[in-house]
Write a protein that binds this ligand. Sequence first.
Ligand SMILES: [Zn+2]
Length: 165
Amino acid sequence: MYKFTLEWFEEGRKFSRTFSAGDQTKQKDQFLLGRDESQCDIVFKDSAKTVSRLHAAIVYDPQKQQLLLKNLTSNRPNPNPVIVNGKAIALESVPLSSGNVIKLGRISITLTNLEWTQTQQVYGVRCRNGHLVPYDYIGDFCPHCGVSLQGEGTVIIPNPNQLNQ
Ligand SMILES: [Zn+2]
């Protein structure tokens, strides 16, 4: 599990937002950055339009346990640069760490407080709203949203401990 904060300035105001694993985002395990509210999780006003409508993504890589930054404009004829710590990234993804400065157009975003926590929790069921809940709750109600865990849309997740035996 992970958690991170993004800080940036726009129109003389400081913005700070914290994100974590399991947050509801437009695409699972991705945090999309750009000007378009309908496509992005992190939206910049950027009245000068130096940031693209859909510009970059912070993507969780579960294999490497890393957060990667991707330039989502790289397949365009004229990509809009994404600059991390002064280096422009095009096709490759760059692993992020605390203190990194990401530049989209004229906006500088600082990534801070990146934390990783190991979770020992074994999940047994996913409610129809997507919450992961321990086995103890099977047949009960989701502790996050209260829907029945017997109802339609409930998914039973195989126990990895049992699969390995
Ligand atoms: Zn739920």
